[in-house]
Structure formats: structure tokens, C-alpha cells
Design a protein around this ligand. Structure first.
Ligand SMILES: *[C@@H]1O[C@H](CO)[C@@H](O)[C@H](O)[C@H]1NC(C)=O
Ligand SMILES: *[C@@H]1O[C@H](CO)[C@@H](O)[C@H](O)[C@H]1NC(C)=O
Ligand SMILES: *[C@@H]1O[C@H](CO)[C@@H](O)[C@H](O)[C@H]1NC(C)=O
Ligand SMILES: *[C@@H]1O[C@H](CO)[C@@H](O)[C@H](O)[C@H]1NC(C)=O
Length: 362
């Protein structure tokens, strides 16, 4: 009798699950919503997304999404994002497809300040998700925003906004922005852009490894501006390893906002970072950001502790660069352990540190 009931229940479960299509290929935007309801393995091929519309991809738990061909977006002055991906335990595979942000139709050399431009790809996945093999071309402004995500691996991204170098038209084209998230790994990826390669704003337990960054502002933490709601803005436990930064303003840039509220930055490691063609700072840690700029007056409102640098090597270029610059506010910096920091100065300008990291004679 018991066995019979179990068999019956199993049969009912099977019948209820059957309306889900195993695999569907969608080739027009109008088919996307229905497919998200009925498919567990969804292929989006050669779609053009209408203007002022987010391609909202809320996947079923455990589902997969594969891009094919070229995904395009009608141009409009709006904030975006052009794509948003949500879901738990999902697998998203770019599989050689191109996501084309249409950057040249937006770029005006003013980034966030000019005409309104959409952010490109927002990732809010959780629970052991993977997003891989993604080719993002010509982001109008910020490329990938990882926001309210957790337990997700981003693997093999190719972000190419190098066309925005022409005429200095591309601006604020950050590669990966990370906020309000935890447990994120970004690996094996290439970013060619005009702003931060990575900018971490808030959260914990992040790994960035084997990234190649070119043309932008380096591997950054920017902390303070996410405390607007009154809660402290914290960034904790972040590792950058085996990365190359070339032809960029900075190699490594850690900045805290002195005009912001409270917060902290702790347990940050940069190891095996190779620099070349760095124009402004090889390593720049500054606690003096005010209204989006260096003010020269540092504050310890967001202390930086346990900052480890290990094997940061390479060279600067041009006549203005400083290899290492550290500007800490009162009580703002503690327990920094640096080894193997060797960045050849191009200009002959002296390093400056108002706080001495252990192991690095500044
Ligand atoms: C799912 O399968 C049903 C039945 O075969 C079909 O009518 C429907 O178009 C499919 N949905 C998608 C999005 O392919
Ligand atoms: C945006 O405006 C700010 C404030 O006026 C300015 O400092 C910044 O350089 C501008 N950025 C761009 C890309 O034009
Ligand atoms: C590092 O990333 C590149 C792609 O940028 C990839 O070709 C290479 O295999 C990766 N290296 C390792 C050790 O995974
Ligand atoms: C620039 O770097 C070289 C080599 O490390 C060093 O000898 C020299 O003193 C540096 N110049 C200045 C001005 O710090």
C-alpha cells in the first residue's frame, strides 16, 4: 500500500512537470517572455530588443540560457540596463555570440555627464550560478554591474570598448562594477575600456583572477558612496590575483570618499599584478575623494586595514606618473603588509606615502 502511494505521487509529480519545454530557441523579442515561462534551456538568437526596454531574463532555478548570433538594442536616451539576468543555480553561456551595446551611437566624450546613456548588463544571480563566454561590445557606459548577486562565477568575459578610444568619445565605461554582493568570482577575462577595469563598491568575498585590463583606470575599490542609506559602506575580503593592467591611468586604485558616511575596507589582497604603460599611478591608495575628485585632504572616516600587496611589478610611462602614492587620513590606515612591490618610475617623480606599509620602503 505504501509503495503504491509513493508510485502514485511520483506519477502526479511527473505529469505536473511536463508542460516545461526542455529546450526552446527564440529569435524575436516578442517570444522571450513566454519562453522564460516554459523553457528550462533557452536559446536567444539574433534578437533586437526594442528601445527603452530591458531584456529582463529572470530564469527558472537551475535553467540555462545560451546566446547565439548577435543581440542588439534599439538606441534611446535612457538609463538601462539593456540586459538584466536573475536566477538561482543558473548557467548563462555567451557561446561566441556578441552582445552589441551600440556604443558609438551614444558616445559624446562626456560619459555620465552627457546625454543619458544606458548601463549594459546587470547580473543578479545567486545560489551557484555561472555566467560565461560573454562577449560585450561597445558599452554605452558602464558594462557589467554585479548588484545584489551572490555565489556566482563570471568566466571568460571579453569586454571590448576599445572603439571608444577614438576621439576620446567613450567615458565611464567601467568593466565590472560590484556592489551589495557576496561570493563573486570574476576570472579569465579581458577588458578594453576607458574607466575602471574592476570597481568594487560594496560587499564581501570577491575573487578577481587572470584579468587583462587595457586602456582604463585599473583594478579599483571605490568605497563610501554606497552608505547613502545610512548603513555603513563596507568592503571585506577581496583578492585580485594574476592580473595584467596595461596602457591605463592606474594599475591599482583604492579610494575612499571623505565626503561620505561611515564604512570600512579590510582584508584586501593584490598579488602577482603586472603593470605596463601606466600613466598616473602604479599603486594609488587615497582617502581624500570628495565630489568625485581627489581633494588633497584625507579623512579616516572609512579606514583601510589589512591591505596586502605581493609581487606588484612593471613600469610607468610618460612624464607625470608616480609609482606609489599613499594618502591616509588620521587613523585611516593600519596593518598593511607589502612585499615585492617594484614599479619602475618613468618620470623620476618620487613615491609619496604619508603612511608606511610594512615591508615597503616608500
Ligand atoms: C513549448 O512547447 C509547446 C508544445 O510543443 C509549444 O506550443 C510552444 O511553442 C513551446 N514554447 C516555446 C517557447 O518554444
Ligand atoms: C563630469 O562632470 C564632472 C563635474 O563637473 C567633471 O569633473 C568630470 O570631469 C566630467 N566627466 C566627464 C567624462 O566629462
Ligand atoms: C587566462 O585568461 C585567458 C583569457 O583572457 C585564457 O586564455 C587563459 O587560458 C587563462 N589562463 C588560465 C591559467 O586559466
Ligand atoms: C626612480 O626609480 C629608480 C629605480 O628604482 C630609483 O633609483 C630612483 O631613485 C627613482 N627616482 C625617484 C625620483 O624616486
Amino acid at each position: 500500500m505504501k509503495l503504491f502511494i509513493i508510485t502514485l505521487l511520483a506519477t502526479v509529480a511527473t505529469i505536473q512537470a511536463s508542460p516545461l519545454n526542455a529546450s526552446c530557441t527564440v529569435t524575436s523579442y516578442s517570444g522571450v517572455a513566454a519562453a522564460l515561462q516554459s523553457c528550462t534551456a533557452l536559446i536567444l538568437k539574433d534578437i533586437t530588443v526594442p528601445a527603452k526596454t530591458t531584456l529582463a531574463l529572470k530564469l527558472k532555478s537551475g535553467a540555462s540560457l545560451t546566446f547565439a548570433g548577435t543581440i542588439r538594442f534599439a538606441v534611446a536616451a535612457w538609463a538601462g540596463p539593456l540586459i538584466e539576468i536573475k536566477g538561482a543555480k543558473v548557467t548563462v553561456n555567451g557561446a561566441g555570440a556578441t552582445l552589441d551595446g551600440g556604443g558609438p551611437k551614444y558616445w559624446d566624450g562626456k560619459g555620465d555627464n552627457g546625454t543619458v546613456k544606458p548601463k549594459f548588463l546587470r547580473i543578479k544571480t545567486t545560489g551557484g550560478s555561472t555566467v560565461k563566454n560573454i562577449k560585450l561590445l561597445n558599452c554605452p557606459k558602464q558594462c557589467v554591474s554585479i548588484n545584489s548577486a551572490s555565489d556566482t562565477v563570471l568566466d571568460n568575459f571579453n569586454i571590448d570598448v576599445s572603439a571608444g578610444d577614438k576621439g576620446a568619445l567613450g567615458h565611464n565605461t567601467d568593466g565590472f562594477d560590484v556592489s551589495s554582493s557576496s561570493g563573486i568570482t570574476v576570472q579569465n577575462s579581458i577588458v578594453k575600456n576607458q574607466d575602471d577595469c574592476v570597481a568594487v563598491n560594496q560587499g564581501s568575498n570577491f575573487i578577481f583572477r587572470n584579468l587583462t585590463c587595457s586602456g582604463g583606470h585599473g583594478l579599483s575599490l571605490s568605497v563610501g558612496q554606497s552608505s547613502a542609506s545610512g548603513t555603513p559602506n563596507t568592503v571585506k575580503n577581496v583578492v585580485f590575483s594574476d592580473c595584467t593592467v596595461m596602457n591605463s591611468d592606474n594599475g591599482i586604485h583604492v579610494k575612499t570618499h571623505s565626503d561620505a558616511g561611515t564604512g570600512s575596507v579590510s582584508d584586501i589582497t593584490y598579488k602577482n599584478i603586472k603593470l605596463s604603460g601606466i600613466r598616473k599611478y602604479g599603486i594609488n591608495v587615497q582617502e581624500d575623494y570628495e565630489k568625485g575628485h581627489s581633494s588633497g585632504t584625507a579623512k579616516g572616516n572609512i579606514p583601510i586595514s589589512k591591505l596586502t600587496m605581493n609581487s606588484i611589478t612593471g613600469s610607468m610611462t610618460g612624464a607625470k606618473g608616480i609609482s606609489v602614492y599613499v594618502l591616509c587620513g588620521s587613523g585611516g590606515c593600519s596593518t598593511w603588509s607589502w612585499s615585492g612591490v617594484s614599479i619602475k618610475n618613468g618620470s623620476g617623480k618620487k613615491n609619496y606615502c604619508n603612511f608606511q606599509p610594512t615591508g615597503f620602503p616608500c
